[in-house]
Write a protein that binds this ligand. Structure first.
Ligand SMILES: Cc1ncc(COP(=O)(O)O)c(C=O)c1O
Length: 477
């Protein structure tokens, strides 16, 4: 008989151990590499064969390419100087969870195809619900990203108006009024994408004005909905953002929930980044009023030490989520009672990775108090940086940091475009050093510098170093 292809158990043990050693070293000192690689587009492709190998290659050769080609061209999100976008952490505990999930290779589409996986997802998300102080009615489901979670939430929102029969009849060729979703102009582009994907068109997303803190104005929301109804449109949902991407502004959830309850529309809360902060008793206020929401998304893969990918969609209306997505072809029928959860019913994907395992391992390994202290420290580091910026002539904060993200700019320059250009160049110059990685945003038309703390290993020295690089770049432009 020809030998079975693939690694023998002994070979797997050998390579597996060496890979675990590599991971241990990597996670012990991600700062030994530059956070940003010195690589140009196309360089990785040019170093690897364009055609697949006809014959089996040795794991030694494959791992050598991983080490020599892939790793040097990687942006290291695990690096303590990664301060761009929303920084995250792939903890060792999370990596163990990923390894074991890959080994089991379960597809938990049905309870029977993954009993432990289905039930662990339900248990772990109920832990997270308790940690965030959400009402017991919220049931969680794991998706890949907040973009998917929001898409699913808005698909479920359509089921709140069964008379429209959107699931069965769709939109084309029907004489329907315009269907609207509301969100502030600061909301994440994933809301636009969800609205586009659901066939409502970009004009189906109504951008609600914001106040001086860039948070949604609930009175404006209320009048927009009234006006739209008067014109014959049908409001379907509102998305409140707790922690906007640009400045981490917090929409007033309770006031928005009052409007959504009065108008009988779905309230979805996008707390992809900042929702994790609600595990701190002193930050719980950010979700005040969330009991009035139909759904909420939070990404443990952003600020809760869980490796990519792990987004959680909580909903008080799992029945409507299921109504939006459940389709059971013959080959997927089961004999378990209707009350038994089959994860395939709660989203677009049939197949389900075992993502709950890594989150469960992270929560158990750190404990709620351990996770709280990481987030609390990040918030403290951001507050310290904000204090420095406030007292530095020639710089100004563009938003008061509530979480771990600081948004500011250099004010040097005589005209608006000149100041904007200076700030764009500062970010470019700082990142060109490859000693730190920061990002940019626009606040009320002003180009801004954005430092986001979210990596477990980021400490005061990393934040200070980024701030000094910003000041140096500003002085040299
Ligand atoms: C507020 C907010 N919502 C949604 C998203 C989208 O997240 P994901 O990459 O998980 O789709 C982001 C990403 O940063 C975000 O900041």
């Amino acid at each position: 008989m020809p030998p079975a292809p693939g690694l023998s158990p002994e070979e797997f043990r050998l390579h597996g151990h060496s890979v675990v050693d590599w991971i241990a070293d990597y996670l012990a000192s991600p700062e030994s590499r530059p956070v940003l690689p010195d690589v140009r587009p196309g360089e990785v492709l040019a170093r690897l064969p364009a055609a697949p190998p006809a014959r089996a290659e040795s794991m030694d050769a494959i791992l050598a390419d991983f080490r020599d080609v892939i790793v040097p061209a990687t942006t290291h999100w695990n690096h303590p100087d990664f301060l761009a976008y929303f920084a995250n952490t792939g903890t060792a505990e999370g990596v163990i969870g990923e390894m074991l999930a890959a080994a089991l290779n379960v597809n938990a589409m049905l309870w029977r195809t993954g009993p432990a996986q289905t039930e662990l997802e339900s248990l772990t998300l109920d832990w997270l619900r308790q940690m965030m102080g959400l009402a017991p009615e919220f049931k969680g489901t794991i998706t890949d990203t907040a973009s998917s979670s929001t898409l699913y939430a808005l698909a479920a929102a359509r089921e709140m108006s069964p008379e429209l029969s959107l699931r069965e009849k769709g939109l084309p060729g029907r004489d329907l009024p315009q269907l609207f979703v509301y969100a502030s102009g600061e909301a994440h582009s994933s809301i636009d994408k969800a609205v586009i994907t659901l066939g409502l068109g970009r004009s189906g997303l109504r951008k609600v004005p914001t106040d001086s803190d860039l948070a949604m104005d609930p009175a404006a929301l209320s009048s927009m909905i009234e006006e739209d109804r008067r014109r014959g449109a049908i409001p379907l949902a509102v998305v409140a953002c707790v922690g906007t991407t640009s400045t981490t502004a917090v929409d007033p959830v309770r006031a928005i929930a009052d409007v959504s309850a009065r108008e009988r529309i779905w309230l979805h809360i996008d707390a992809a980044y900042a929702g994790s902060a609600a595990i701190l008793p002193e930050m719980r206020y950010i979700l005040d009023g969330a009991e009035g929401a139909e759904s909420l998304v939070v990404n443990p893969h952003k600020w809760l030490l869980t490796p990519m990918d792990c987004s959680v969609l909580f909903t008080r209306r799992p029945d409507l989520l299921k109504r939006a997505f459940q389709i059971v072809p013959d080959y997927l029928t089961v004999t378990e009672p209707e009350s038994v959860v089959n994860l395939m019913d709660y989203g677009v994907s049939l197949g389900r990775r075992f993502r709950a395992l890594k989150l469960w391992m992270v929560i158990r390994s750190y404990g709620v108090e351990g996770l709280e202290s990481v987030i609390r420290e990040h918030i403290r580091l951001a507050a310290d940086l904000a204090a420095e910026i406030r007292s530095e002539p020639g710089f100004e904060l563009l938003a008061e940091p509530k979480f771990s993200t600081v948004v500011f700019r250099s004010t040097r320059g005589t005209t608006g475009p000149e100041v904007n250009d200076r700030n764009r160049r500062i970010v470019e110059a700082v990142n060109a050093t490859r000693k730190t990685f920061i990002s940019h945003t626009t606040v009320r038309g002003m180009n801004a510098i954005r430092i986001a703390i979210g990596n477990l290993r980021t400490g005061a020295a990393n934040v200070r170093s980024a701030w000094e690089l910003v000041r140096k770049a500003d002085s040299e432009i």
